[in-house]
Ligand binder design. Structure first.
Ligand SMILES: *Cc1c(COP(=O)(O)O)cnc(C)c1O
Length: 385
């Protein structure tokens, strides 16, 4: 049966792609080794530096974010190296599994999935590592499975306080272009990101921003790499080209996205996300439901993960809401599967879209007989107006 009106894609990535970006992607594909491509490539490489806030090298891959996770590790580490990771949630756990499959020894500081990484625990862990066995500290900036944000500048400070030489790697796949991010000022060695979240693009591009220290590590790191090898990228990138066929049409879209972000102003983009996070949480609390992130000040402006009351299936609720109101909400992942649902409020998004989204959730709670108080949408509207 035809569904009238537009679908609400309110998962925390992919986010809805604005028309301007879709039109940009719709241009004819050109010769990626021809003279016209250089301008497209240079604009994309320089544009991403402005988004990461870096003067260092940015690498662009035709892959999902997972590829850029792998690229960060294989370009800088050697078989058997120890990496310290923090269990913020499902995505931190997946990055750890990936590291283990590559032959690294990944150590986990356990977390309860209700907040960001704890700098004090990281500092204490590193202080114990007298022989500097740990070669990298890896943290997820915006943990998309829980809606919690890790304090990246404070983790840098923790590494410095412990006087530890480990590389610092950050996954901001779902944080970039929604939350403030400073690759250089925060002293990050490798930042990992992807196209389909705050950058408002379809899935298919991923990024590494690399510090001088990371580039130096690349020279001696012996993990096997070919497709992901930074060393193959550096030369062609100097003139705007790539060693193999780049995702030409997604790069058209990326250039449009970077323009749109700067037209709005990055500070305004960040403030918009923070405000929408606040309004979403006001709605959830009015419903009498619990926000999964329990760490005050670390709640995400990208998404809100909501716990359902015991005995109620989050997946059944989501299925019913999709059927009745044509809205896709994010599912709970691994440890919190069927216990939480996630409301994405990222990317090209405004107040009325948020109110519509929250109305879909509130009507859905009623339809699925989930016990709750009315008035959540009202509370969000108060905050927004
Ligand atoms: C989406 C996401 C990933 C995975 O990216 P893919 O593009 O699905 O490979 C990893 N980490 C975080 C924090 C994410 O939000």
């Amino acid at each position: 049966m035809r569904k009238a009106g537009r679908h609400f894609l309110q998962i925390p990535g992919p986010s809805a792609v604005p028309d301007r970006i879709l039109s940009a992607i719709g241009q004819q594909t050109i010769d990626h080794r021809g003279p016209d491509f250089a301008k497209v490539g240079m604009r994309a490489l320089d544009g991403m530096k402005s988004i990461f806030n870096t003067k260092e090298h940015v690498f662009i891959y035709p892959s999902s974010g997972t590829g850029a996770w792998e690229a960060a590790l294989v370009n800088t580490l050697s078989p058997g190296d120890c990496v310290l990771m923090f269990e913020t949630g499902h995505f931190a756990t997946l990055w750890k599994k990936l590291a283990e499959k590559l032959g690294l020894k990944a150590e986990f500081i356990e977390g309860d999935w209700r907040g960001g990484a704890d700098p004090d625990q990281i500092e204490a862990y590193l202080a114990e590592d007298k022989n500097h066995e740990i070669k990298a500290v890896c943290v997820v900036h915006n943990e998309t499975s829980t809606g919690s944000v890790s304090p990246i500048a404070a983790v840098r400070q923790a590494i410095d306080n412990a006087n530890h030489p480990a590389l610092f790697m950050v996954d901001t796949i779902s944080g970039l272009a929604s939350l403030e991010y400073q690759h250089d000022a925060w002293g990050v060695d490798v930042t990992v990101s992807g196209s389909q979240k705050g950058l408002m693009l379809p899935p298919g591009l991923s990024f590494n921003a690399a510090s001088a220290k990371a580039m130096a590590a690349n020279k001696t790191a012996t993990l096997q790499r070919s497709y992901w090898d930074w060393a193959e990228m550096v030369g062609p990138n100097k003139t705007g080209y790539f060693p193999y066929t780049p995702a030409t049409n997604l790069l058209y879209g990326l250039n449009e996205a970077v323009d749109m972000l700067h037209e709005e102003g990055m500070e305004n983009v960040f403030a918009r996300h923070a405000r929408h996070g606040q309004a979403a949480r006001a709605a959830v609390r009015t419903w009498g439901l619990e926000v999964l992130c329990a760490a005050q000040g670390q709640e995400s402006g990208v998404l809100t993960a909501v716990k359902l009351p015991d005995g109620h299936s989050a997946d059944a609720f989501r299925a019913s809401t999709l059927e009745h109101y044509d809205i896709s909400l994010g599912n709970g992942l691994s440890k919190v599967a069927d216990k939480v649902f996630r409301i994405g409020h990222l990317g090209d998004f405004n107040d009325l879209m948020l109110v519509g989204t929250l109305a879909g959730v509130e009507m859905g709670l009623k339809k699925a007989n989930v016990p709750h108080n009315a008035g959540g949408v009202q509370a969000a509207m108060e905050l927004l107006s």
